[in-house]
Design a protein around this ligand. Sequence first.
Ligand code: ATP
Ligand code: MG
Ligand code: MG
Ligand code: MG
Length: 563
Amino acid sequence: MRSSQYLLSTLKETPSDAEIVSHQLMLRAGMIRKVAAGLYTWTPTGLRVLKKVERVVREEMERINALEILMPMVQPADLWQESGRWDDYGPELLRIKDRNERDFLLGPTHEEIISELVRKEVSSYKQLPLTLFQIQTKFRDEIRPRFGVMRAREFMMKDAYSFHLTDESLQQAYDEMYDAYCRIFQRLGLDFRPVIADTGTIGGHASHEFHVLAGSGEDAIAFSDGSDYAANVEMAEALAPSGERAAPSQDKQVNDVTGHEVSAFLQPLAVDAQQAVQCTLVKASDDVESEAVMLVWRADHELNTIKAEKLPQVATPLQVLDSEKLMGCHAAFIGPVNASMPVIVDRSAAALADFACGANKQGQWLTGVNWDRDASISAVEDIRNVVTGDPSPCGKGTLQIARGIEVGHIFQLGKKYSNAMKVGVLSETGKHETLTMGCYGIGVSRVVAAAIEQFHDDRGINWPTELAPFEVAIVPMNMHKSARVQKVANDLYQQLRDAGFDVLFDDRKERPGVMFTDMELIGVPHQIVIGERNLDEEMVEYQSRSDRDKQKMPITDVLGFLN
Ligand code: ATP
Ligand code: MG
Ligand code: MG
Ligand code: MG
């Protein structure tokens, strides 16, 4: 690319309305321009970086055999009525009408559309498991769009969805996706952490978020210095009554469990009974359509309490519910969970434990999903008020608190959508089986901003090579006065392009200082400076963006050096 034919649009001054460094630098480097609150145009430089993130994401999705599709951004309301989210989603959902007064929405996510596709296209167990993904625009009418593309209203997401006959198959796909996410963020050169996460309005079972560590991050992450344990502190806050979350009886986190999972859960519960203070009732909930089991613990509440020693009795009412009845029903476990009384759950009980909720002494709902992916045990805890140095709930090490930017989020949805939307296949024995689902998002456009939060200095953006809009800049000195400089620059440009490099040839009639400043601002990792004086010795000057290391090298060495 020649600068003279390109749209560089760099800015000298820091825009006053941009609060965080990535927003400032994306504006200054001419990567994005604001159209309205939370709506941005990606200029050529920005789009190049966005495409590079997309490329890495796409390659890693394809590596785990996920198939790319493209779904419409505008979605019909009837599918959302079927799943129940038309009423549940809240004001982030932008609802629109067509000319016939029919209801539509701008997709904030695509579970309904993918469920519609799969229930029509997939009819046999032989077609499973199946993972589909897209890289596409999402719209969420965020209450506070801010920080540029970090929290936009329209943004780019990679969303993948997987479909399975069994929980084991889902777990396997989830683990593969988890590993693919780790590879993606590693390849992008980011300092990131996977953390245990709340499942939010999407609902469902296990969930992890991937956070890029940065002081400007909106989320607080508690992680242990003695193990891999890490959790989003938001999990606790998300369920506090002051928040938007509904009371637990309407909690959208309740989900289907099997009898097997319930009994698996009870056993470790009993093991831990000595530590429990008081425990309360097992109750069939009357608020959900299907039968529901609500296992409620409260430490200091007048509800019928059962002494800890009698805990095994709690099992009785559960045992009378036969497992067939429990299949596909909703259940929630709500615990007292004061910090001194962690509830230890065996990993085999994860599917039930992961939507455990906690109540604090005022009976407020605190805690969501909780188990450590890699540990055999974990604890339900209130981590809302933890501070650096508190013991880690996993039992190993102490907690550190860091700020994080959520760049990815994976969920085991279970049958939430496939029950509601009747997504099933014929099994090997000819029986109709409802599928179990996973969904997996990456905020592709947010990744760009998050990377800048980690890779910048006082001169601008300092991209890792995998993300840079251009890999090499050719910066000729006074080219318009020197035929020799012009020839060498042109030849090198051609040679590097032929070798497959993304090259920006700064052929503008600008002072060298202006060129250097721009190349450093947009963050080109390698600069080749071509000047009359060095050409006397057939040399050029190489300058690295990251460490500003300068060295002279023969023109003929440049290609080999960059390779
Ligand atoms: P957040 O907690 O930041 O609001 P979320 O939990 O609502 O994000 P998910 O539903 O998990 O988001 O969507 C998957 C990914 O999409 C997120 O991990 C994030 O990287 C990205 N994302 C979500 N909302 C936005 C937004 N408003 N702007 C840019 N990216 C977003
Ligand atoms: Mg959100
Ligand atoms: Mg979130
Ligand atoms: Mg999320």
